[in-house]
Write a new protein. Structure first.
Length: 184
């Protein structure tokens, strides 16, 4: 396990050098979307319309920030449960999305798509939303403003801390952790 700094957009080579357990600091633009935004994005694709952002090489953070306080660019911004986005994720990975950030495990279909399309799943520390928000330096709503916290946002982050939970080789930090610490 190592600590690595990355800057999106990511390439296949960026993805291939990371393994489960690696600590990663992200600096650059990432995008946000949750359940309702994912549903709208898939509906747009079904109608032949473009997504609010080009997913190629990008990182998508599953977050619904709290209201912004005076003097801040964003409210608390902790990860949401990733499994709710599993029905939509393989299509986005196929379109070139290189990583997602959330909490909790991913389903089999998503893990297989990560191997097939060379992508990653990062976990961010749940319960540290106020601290994570301090790593977010700029915020712009780019789509679905009517969804409030679930709108699609473009964030500029500096040294945003995540851990590789699933890699492009089929590695799964959750499964490895359970095996390593299983009590006989």
């Amino acid at each position: 396990m190592k600590e690595v700094r990355i800057t999106p957009p990511l390439t296949d080579e960026d993805v291939e050098r990371l393994r489960i357990g690696d600590r990663v600091l992200i600096t650059g633009v990432i995008y946000t979307a949750r359940d309702a935004a994912h549903k709208r994005m898939m509906e747009a694709l079904e109608k032949g319309k473009p997504l609010p952002f080009d997913p190629r090489g990008q990182i998508l953070y599953y977050v619904g920030p709290t209201p912004t306080r005076p003097g801040q660019v964003i409210g608390s911004a902790g990860p949401t449960t990733s499994g709710r986005m599993d029905p939509y994720t393989p299509k986005l990975l196929e379109m070139g999305l290189k990583a997602t950030i959330g909490k909790g495990e991913r389903g089999d279909e998503v893990r297989e798509a990560m191997k097939r399309f060379k992508a990653l799943y990062f976990i961010a520390v749940g319960g540290a939303a106020a601290l994570l928000a301090k790593r977010i330096k700029e915020v712009e709503v780019i789509a679905y403003e009517d969804l409030g916290p679930e709108a699609v946002r473009r964030l500029y982050v500096e040294d945003f801390p995540v851990i590789v939970a699933n890699d492009a080789y089929g590695g799964d930090l959750f499964k490895e952790g359970r095996m390593r610490y299983r009590v006989a």
